[in-house]
Design a protein. Structure first.
Length: 464
C-alpha cells in the first residue's frame, strides 16, 4: 500500500439483526511469494517488551456450556425433567444468523457451505490475516476449500495454493483500488481481471492444502470480449476444455465454467485466441458430502470503501448471488486514515451504502466491520476513522471489531515493529505475517464469541 492515495467519497439502512493498507503487502508478499514468512529487519536497539493483543469488549471467546435443567418438583407420578433451555446468545446479535449456520454444521443439519466474504485492502490481499481466520474456523467447523482465488495475477498470494504465472499477463483495471468508475466496471467478484497473451501466456493454480480430499468443484469465471476470443481450461490430467463464444453465451458478459475433480488438483488456464479475461476461480468441496466453512479473500492493495462502489453493480451483484455469503466482513480504513482533509464521517456513509448494495443480492448476509490498524503517520486521524466506521456499522446493522484497540491503540504499530520477532513492518503501515496471523486468531475468537465449546475440546476435557 502506498501512502499517497487518492480519495473519492460515499451507504441501505438495514434493520439491526442481532474493515489495512496498501501493496499486496509489498513487504509481506516479497517473503510470501516463495511461500515463506520472513521476519522484517528491525533496529538493533534493545526492543521493548512484547505488547500483547489487548482484549476489548466481545473479543475473548466465551465457551458457555448448555445449562442443565432442574428436575420438576416431586409429584405423583414423578415428572420428567424439564427440557434444557438453550443458552442466551452471548455474541454480537448482528452475527446471529452466521452463528446459527455454524451450529447447523456442527449438528450435521446443513448441506451447504457457510461462506464468508472479506472485502478489504492489502491486509487482505496478502491472505495472512484472512488465512488465519479461515484456518481457525475450518479447523473447527470443516474445511470446505480455499474459496475464491485469483488466477493470472502476479501480485497476489493465497494460503493453501501454489500460483504460477508464465508469459506476459496484465490486469484490468490497471489501478484496481480506484474509487472512480473504470471502463464498464465489470471485474468479477474480486474486482480484478487478468489478461494473458496467446504467445506463451499460461496461469496455474494448484491446491496444496493437505487437509482437502474428495470431490471438489472449480468454478472458473471468465469473459470473452470479442466473438473470436478463446480460452483453454484444463483441470488435472483431463483433456483441456476450449471455451468459445456461442449463440446462447455470446461475448461481452461474465461467464462461468464449472469443472469437477477429486482432491487437491491443479487448474491450468491459457488464452488460445484474442485476449480473453480471467476473473478468478472458486474452489470448494462438495457441500452435500463435505460441508464446511469457506472464506473468499477479496483484498486489493490501496482499496477504500469507494473501491467496490465503483464496480458495475449488476455484474458484481450476479457474482454475489452465486456465492450467497452468510457473513460479509468489511476491512477498510487504513488508507482512509491517510486521506487528510477528508471528513471521516464520509466513510461511515460509504459503509452504509456498500452494505445496502450487498444486501440487494445477499439479503440474509450478516456483516462485520473492522476498525483500521494503527498507522505510525496518522496517529491523530486513525481514531477518527475508527469512530466513523463504528458509527456506520451501527447504522447498517453490522457488528464491529476494534482492530485498533486490540493492537494497543496509538503507537502500537511502532512497538510491534521493535519487537525481537516483529509483528509489524518498519513502514509503519503493514504488519508482518506473524502480526497478521495473531490478528486472525483474535478475530476468530470474536466472531465465535457466544458459540458453544468446540466438540473436540469437550472430549479432551477442555474448552477454548
Amino acid at each position: 500500500m502506498t501512502r499517497s492515495l487518492d480519495h473519492r467519497p460515499t451507504p441501505r439502512t438495514r434493520r439491526p439483526r442481532h474493515l489495512l493498507a496498501g501493496a499486496a503487502c509489498t513487504l509481506a508478499l516479497a517473503a510470501c511469494s516463495a511461500g515463506q514468512e520472513h521476519a522484517v529487519p528491525h533496529d538493533a536497539a534493545a526492543p521493548p517488551p512484547k505488547a500483547a493483543l489487548r482484549p476489548v469488549a466481545n473479543v475473548t471467546p466465551v465457551a458457555a456450556p448448555l445449562p442443565t435443567a432442574e428436575p420438576a418438583a416431586s409429584v405423583e407420578p414423578t415428572a420428567e425433567p424439564a427440557p434444557a433451555e438453550p443458552p442466551p446468545f452471548a455474541g454480537e446479535p448482528e452475527l446471529a444468523r452466521f452463528h446459527a449456520a455454524l451450529r447447523d454444521l456442527t449438528r450435521g443439519a446443513r448441506k451447504s457451505h457457510v461462506r464468508m466474504l472479506w472485502l478489504g485492502d492489502s491486509h487482505g490481499q496478502a491472505d495472512f490475516w484472512t488465512g488465519s481466520l479461515r484456518a481457525s474456523l475450518q479447523k473447527r467447523y470443516g474445511n470446505a476449500g480455499p474459496g475464491f482465488v485469483h488466477v493470472g495475477w502476479k501480485a497476489y498470494r493465497h494460503d493453501g495454493m501454489k500460483l504460477v504465472v508464465d508469459g506476459k499477463w496484465s490486469i484490468r483495471p490497471k489501478a484496481p483500488a480506484s474509487s472512480s468508475r473504470v471502463g464498464d466496471g465489470m471485474f468479477g467478484l474480486g474486482g480484478v481481471v487478468a489478461i494473458g497473451e496467446p504467445s506463451g501466456g499460461r496461469a496455474r493454480a494448484q491446491v496444496t492444502d493437505a487437509g482437502l480430499s474428495g470431490r471438489m468443484s472449480w468454478d472458473v469465471c471468465y469473459r470473452l470480449r470479442t466473438p473470436t476470443d478463446e480460452l483453454s481450461v484444463k483441470l488435472g490430467s483431463r483433456p483441456p476444455t476450449a471455451v468459445r463464444a456461442t449463440s446462447t453465451e455470446p461475448a461481452g458478459e461474465l461467464r462461468h465454467l464449472v469443472l469437477v475433480g477429486e482432491g487437491p488438483e491443479a487448474l491450468e488456464v491459457a488464452p488460445a485466441r484474442g485476449l480473453p479475461e480471467l476473473c478468478g476461480v472458486v474452489i470448494e468441496t462438495d457441500p452435500g458430502k463435505q460441508p464446511g466453512v469457506v472464506l473468499d479473500t477479496l483484498g486489493i492493495n490501496g482499496a477504500r470503501f469507494g473501491t467496490p462502489l465503483a464496480w458495475d453493480e449488476a455484474s458484481f451483484g450476479a457474482e454475489l448471488v452465486r456465492r450467497q455469503p452468510t457473513l460479509v466482513i468489511l476491512e477498510y480504513g487504513t488508507n482512509e486514515s491517510g486521506d487528510v482533509g477528508v471528513d471521516p464521517s464520509v466513510y461511515g456513509k460509504k459503509l452504509v451504502r456498500l452494505m445496502e448494495r450487498i444486501h440487494k443480492f445477499a439479503p440474509d448476509a450478516d456483516c462485520l466491520a473492522l476498525a483500521p490498524t494503527d498507522r505510525a503517520d496518522t496517529r491523530e486521524r486513525t481514531p477518527l476513522v475508527r469512530d466513523a466506521i463504528r458509527d456506520g456499522a451501527r447504522q447498517a446493522g453490522c457488528g464491529f471489531w476494534d482492530t485498533y484497540a486490540v493492537m494497543g491503540g496509538a503507537g502500537s504499530i511502532t512497538a510491534w515493529a521493535a519487537e525481537a520477532t516483529p509483528r509489524a513492518a518498519r513502514d509503519g503501515v503493514h504488519l508482518t505475517p506473524k502480526g497478521y496471523r495473531e490478528l486472525g486468531e483474535a478475530l476468530a475468537g470474536h466472531v465465535l464469541r457466544g458459540m458453544s465449546p468446540d466438540p473436540a475440546a469437550v472430549l479432551r476435557g477442555s474448552t477454548p
